[in-house]
Design a protein around this ligand. Structure first.
Ligand code: WT7
Length: 655
C-alpha cells in the first residue's frame, strides 16, 4: 500500500459519547504525559485503577534490569480487586458472567455470588494444603468454574498455570513438571460442538508418564458426568471439596510483584517457556486496556471469545472485565455449532455491545455465511454492538471490511489489537473514540507503551521502512521472567545488541505519513496458525521423536486463506521415500503422531516427503528455500550450493 493510499483510507474515529479517550488530542495528551514522566504516568493510573492494601511508594525499579519491577512495595489482592470491591460498592447484584454452554443453556452469576463461590473455592484449595507461592495447573473446560479457580488461586496467592484443553497429555505433563504444580484442576470432560472430549483422562495419562510427583491432588469439576477413572488417593470432586466451605475468605495480601500466573507459550527454540506475570502491574494493564481500548462503560455487555487457556482469556475474560466490574459473556462451545450463526445469535440474545474475536474465526464465518444464507449475520439483530475487536494475528483488509460492514453495520469501530503473551495486554491498538482507522493496521501504541521500529543494532528506522518491533521502555504488565530460566528470559527478550529494548519477535513497518504500525509477521521461527502460536522446532522435535519412521524433518509456515498460516512439514523417512497412497497413509500417521505429542492444533496441514532436505554445503537446512517450495513459488534463489537439487521437485508434492 502506498502511503497516499493509507491516508486516503483513514476512517474517521467513531463519534462516541463520553468516550474514555475522546479524540486524538486526548490521546496525544496522554502520550505527552507518559513521555514527560513515564513513572508518574503509570503510577497515577495504578492508583486510579487498582485498590491497594498498602500503597506503593515507588513506580518503576530498574536496578536489576531487565528484571524490571513495578510498584514493588505496594500490596494488594487481585481477586479483591476483581470481586470484593464491586460488592462493597453496591454492585453485588450486577451480573458478572453470562455463561452459555455448548448446548445453549445459559447461567448467570452476579458479583456477590461470584465472590462467594471464589471464596469457597479458595478455602477448598487451602484445605488441601495449597498455599501462597504454590503452583496450580488448570486443564479445564470453558466455564464459570474455570474463572472461579483462577480467581481463587489469586485470592490465596497461589500461582496458576492454565493449559489449553487442546494440548496433549505429553504437553500437559511437561508443563506440570516445569511448573512443579502441587495440584491440577480439571473437568471430567469438556463439551464442544455437541461432542464430549476427555480432560480428566488426559490428566491421568499425563501423570502416568511420570515426573509429576509434586501433584498431591487432582480436583475434578463435574461437567458432563461422563465415565472417568478414579484414583482415590489423589482425585477429588470439586463440588464435594467446596460443599462445606465458608463463603468468605480473607484475601492474601501480596506484593505487587508476586507471580499471579505462569502461562506457557512457544518460542523459536526449545521447549515452551513459562511466561511469568506479576500481580499489580499486570492487573493494572488488564483493567486499563479493557477500559480504554474497548471504551468499556458500566452498561456494556462484553464478549471475548477466547479460551482461558490463552493469554487473551486471562486478560480479557478472567481479569480485565472483572477488575472493572463489567458484565461479560463466557462461552463454552465453538462458533460453528449448532451452525455457523452461533456467534451472531449469541450477540443478539445477550445484547452484546463489545465483541472481541480472532481473524481466523471471522474468515471461517465469512465462508460459511457466503455459502449458507441462513447463517448470514444479516439474519440476526446485531444492533446492540458498538465496538468490535480483533486479536491474535494480522487481520487482512478483506476480512476487516466484512467484519466492519456485516457485523458492525458500518458503524462500529474495529480495534485491531497487537500484543503477545509476554506483554500481558494491548501494546499497539486504536482507541475507538480517538484513532482514525486503517484496515489492516493496528495503528498507534497504547499511551505509555514505547513501541518503536529499529534495525538489527537497535538504531531507529525511519517511517516507511520496515524493521524490528521493540519496546524501548519497561511497562507494568510486561513478562517478569521465564519460569525457572532467567537466562533464557534475558537472551530471548533483551539481546545485547538491542540496547536494552524489549524484542517482540515481530517485524513491523510504520506508514510514512500517518506513523501507523503494520505488523509484517514473526522474524523468528514461530508460526501463527489460527491465532495459535507454535514453534517450528517443537513440531520438528515431535516429528523426529517418531523414531520408527522419521529420520529428519523441517517445518515451515505458509500463508493460508483461513488459518493465516498453515504448517508445512518436510520429512525424510528412515525407509524409502513413499509415493501415492503409501505417502498419504504415512502422512496421516505422522499427523496423528504430532497430535498425540503436542495437540491437534500442531498437526501439519501439508506433509511432503523427500530423499533428503535441501541443505547448504555446511549442512544447514535452507529454510527460506523450503518456505518458497511450500508456497509453490518458482525458485529464484541461488541453489548452486545445494547438494541434491532434485529433492526440490520431490518436496513440491503435497500429501
Ligand atoms: C503473536 C503473539 C495477542 C494475544 C494472543 C496471541 C501475533 C497478535 C496481532 C495483531 C498482527 C498479531 C504476533 C505476536 N499477533 N496480535 N493484532 N496483528 N499480529 O498471543 O500467542 O503470544 O502470539 O501473535 O505475531 O507476536 P501470542
Amino acid at each position: 500500500m502506498s502511503t497516499n493510499d493509507a491516508k486516503n483510507r483513514l476512517i474517521p474515529a467513531a463519534d462516541i459519547r463520553d468516550a474514555h479517550v475522546p479524540g486524538m488530542s486526548a490521546y496525544n495528551e496522554l502520550v505527552a504525559q507518559a513521555d514527560a514522566n513515564h513513572d508518574a504516568y503509570w503510577s497515577r493510573l495504578a492508583r486510579e485503577f487498582l485498590s491497594w492494601r498498602t500503597p506503593f511508594t515507588k513506580g518503576l525499579d530498574e536496578s536489576q534490569a531487565p528484571f524490571f519491577k513495578w510498584f514493588e512495595d505496594g500490596t494488594l489482592n487481585v481477586s479483591y480487586n476483581c470481586l470484593d470491591r464491586h460488592v462493597e460498592n453496591g454492585l453485588g447484584d450486577k451480573t458478572a458472567i453470562i455463561f452459555e454452554a455448548d448446548d445453549g443453556q445459559v447461567t448467570r452469576i452476579n458479583y456477590r455470588e461470584l465472590l462467594a463461590r471464589t471464596c469457597r473455592m479458595a478455602n477448598a484449595l487451602k484445605a488441601r494444603g495449597v498455599k501462597k507461592g504454590d503452583r496450580v495447573v488448570l486443564y479445564m473446560s470453558m466455564s464459570i468454574e474455570g474463572v472461579v479457580v483462577m480467581q481463587a488461586c489469586a485470592r490465596i496467592g497461589a500461582t496458576h498455570s492454565v493449559v489449553f484443553g487442546g494440548f496433549s497429555a505429553q504437553s500437559l505433563r511437561d508443563r506440570i513438571q516445569d511448573a512443579g504444580a502441587v495440584m491440577v484442576v480439571t473437568a471430567d470432560e469438556q463439551v464442544r460442538g455437541g461432542k464430549p472430549l476427555p480432560l480428566k483422562a488426559v490428566v491421568d495419562d499425563a501423570i502416568a508418564m511420570g515426573g509429576c510427583e509434586s501433584v498431591a491432588n487432582v480436583l475434578v469439576y463435574r461437567r458432563s458426568g461422563g465415565a472417568i477413572h478414579w484414583h482415590a488417593a489423589r482425585d477429588r470432586w470439586l463440588h464435594e471439596e467446596m460443599q462445606d466451605q465458608p463463603e468468605t475468605c480473607e484475601p492474601e495480601w501480596v506484593g505487587a510483584e508476586h507471580p499471579l500466573f505462569v502461562l506457557y507459550t512457544s518460542g523459536s527454540t526449545g521447549k515452551p517457556k513459562g511466561v511469568q506475570h506479576s500481580s499489580g502491574g499486570y492487573l493494572l494493564h488488564a483493567a486499563l486496556t479493557t477500559q480504554w481500548t474497548f471504551d468499556l462503560k458500566p452498561n456494556d455487555v462484553f464478549w471475548c471469545t477466547a479460551d482461558i487457556g490463552w493469554v487473551t482469556g486471562h486478560t480479557y475474560i478472567t481479569y480485565g472485565p472483572l477488575a472493572l466490574g463489567a458484565t461479560e459473556v463466557v462461552f463454552e462451545g465453538v462458533p460453528t455449532f449448532p451452525d455457523a450463526g452461533r456467534f451472531w445469535k449469541m450477540i443478539q440474545d445477550h445484547k452484546v455491545s463489545i465483541f472481541y474475536t480472532a481473524p481466523t474465526a471471522i474468515r471461517s464465518l465469512i465462508k460459511a455465511a457466503e455459502s449458507n444464507e441462513s447463517v448470514h449475520p444479516r439474519r440476526y439483530d446485531l444492533s446492540s454492538l458498538r465496538i468490535l475487536g480483533s486479536v491474535g494475528e494480522p487481520i487482512n483488509p478483506a476480512a476487516w471490511e466484512w467484519y466492519h460492514e456485516h457485523i458492525g453495520g458500518g458503524r462500529c469501530p474495529i480495534v485491531d489489537t497487537f500484543w503477545q503473551t509476554e506483554t500481558g495486554g494491548h501494546m499497539i491498538t486504536p482507541l475507538p473514540g480517538a484513532t482514525p482507522l486503517v484496515p489492516g493496521s493496528c495503528t498507534l501504541p497504547f499511551p505509555g507503551i514505547a513501541a518503536a521500529i529499529v534495525d538489527e543494532m537497535g538504531g531507529d528506522v525511519p517511517n516507511g521502512q520496515g524493521g524490528i518491533l521493540v519496546v524501548k521502555k519497561p511497562w507494568p504488565s510486561m513478562i517478569r521472567t521465564i519460569w525457572g530460566d532467567p537466562e533464557r528470559f534475558k537472551s530471548s527478550y533483551f539481546p545485547p545488541e538491542l540496547k536494552g529494548y524489549y524484542l517482540a519477535g515481530d517485524g513491523a513497518i510504520r506508514d510514512a505519513q500517518t506513523g501507523y504500525f503494520t505488523i509484517t509477521g514473526r522474524i523468528d521461527d514461530v508460526l501463527n496458525v489460527s491465532g495459535h502460536r507454535m514453534g517450528t522446532m517443537e513440531i520438528e522435535s515431535a516429528l523426529v521423536s517418531c523414531t520408527a519412521l522419521v529420520a529428519e524433518a523441517a517445518v515451515v509456515g505458509r500463508p493460508d486463506e483461513t488459518t493465516g498460516e498453515a504448517i508445512c512439514a518436510f520429512v525424510v523417512l528412515k525407509g524409502p521415500r513413499p509415493r501415492g497412497d503409501e505417502a498419504k497413509k504415512i502422512a496421516t500417521e505422522l499427523r496423528n503422531w504430532v497430535a498425540k505429542e503436542i495437540g491437534p492444533i500442531a498437526k501439519p496441514k501439508d506433509i511432503r516427503f523427500g530423499d533428503n532436505l535441501p541443505k547448504t554445503r555446511s549442512g544447514k537446512i535452507m529454510r527460506r528455500l523450503l518456505r518458497a517450495v511450500a508456497k509453490g513459488e518458482a525458485i529464484t534463489q541461488d541453489i548452486s550450493t545445494l547438494e541434491n537439487p532434485a529433492v526440490l521437485e520431490q518436496l513440491a508434492q503435497s500429501n
